[in-house]
Design a protein around this ligand. Sequence first.
Ligand SMILES: C[S@@+](CC[C@H](N)C(=O)[O-])C[C@H]1O[C@@H](n2cnc3c(N)ncnc32)[C@H](O)[C@@H]1O
Length: 340
Amino acid sequence: MNKIFNCDIMEGFKQLDSQSVDCVITSPPYWQLRNYGFDGQWGLEPTFEEYLENLWKMMDEINRVLKDTGTVWINLGDTYSTKSGGFAQEASKRTPSMTQKYLDHIGTIQQPSNLPTKSLLLIPHRFAIGCFDRGWTIRNDIIWAKTSAMPESVLDRFSKKHEYIFFMTKKPKGYYFDLDSVREEHMQSTLKREMRGRNTGKYTGGAGGQSEQGLIKEREHKGYENMKDIYESGETTLNPKGKNPGDVADFWKIGTAMSKTEHVASYNPALIDKPILAGCPRGGVVLDPFSGTGTTLVRASQLGRQYIGFEASEQFFKITEESVNQEEERKSQPTIEDFI
Ligand SMILES: C[S@@+](CC[C@H](N)C(=O)[O-])C[C@H]1O[C@@H](n2cnc3c(N)ncnc32)[C@H](O)[C@@H]1O
């Protein structure tokens, strides 16, 4: 099933059957942020309304190709209105060494002049509301808190260090979601508290000649090994498989990744592990309709999923081809298990 298409997004969708995809993970070009250097690219529409119309056209196609059990994860960042043009242009003037790569790409981005200057355009929010109006179930608006985002030398507002990942489904129930696959270990302090039995008040201590303090210490240090028993005895409500991921579950602290290629907007593979693991069954098909350098596709393959990608830029498509071929090659190599 693994397929990559060097074509426009809407041409790509024509290649796919209805209800053939388990999971869509993508990062569309953000509005007026950069010029990828080819005609027909999305993101450079003269108005953000036209840009949003295109994204909703994409969502309609996703609705068609996605199985009813499928999940969708759309990563979107916002744009500030400026008099001079897009955010990248503004940023590149301020920190030229950081953004030289961007300068080659942004070209002559020009925003319409009727927008309130210096305002966030709230494009992710508008996009999500439009999806809601089209019948999508918005399950989460996850915050991607970018721990290593590009510096901004602004003095009249805070730096903008987050983007959104909208997790959407076609139906409110019955979609694939495997929370257990992405649970994280409970914090030591939480475990210790539970081991002491404080949450339920059921533990009274003082058995077998040990002092209550002694028993408490012993129980604290047993940690996970002891969790199952305590869970089964009803002394804790903590899940022995771990907690819902993230410091707060829908707040993901993940750094941006330096691109190893010419692509200026490839995302950190760590960002898409949770969507792939929780949102697509093993062996299922992940689609990235703006596959760029193929980050989603390679990661999907590494995690035992199939993949489909569309990318209109010939340059980035070649990088995708190389990356997925390398991954296929790696997978075909014998592993230590083959010799045991
Ligand atoms: C934000 S980037 C995606 C980066 C990708 N997640 C990665 O890690 O490499 C968006 C991509 O959409 C592509 N693109 C823009 N307009 C397109 C269109 N109409 N059809 C297909 N691809 C398009 C751009 O070339 C760019 O590579």
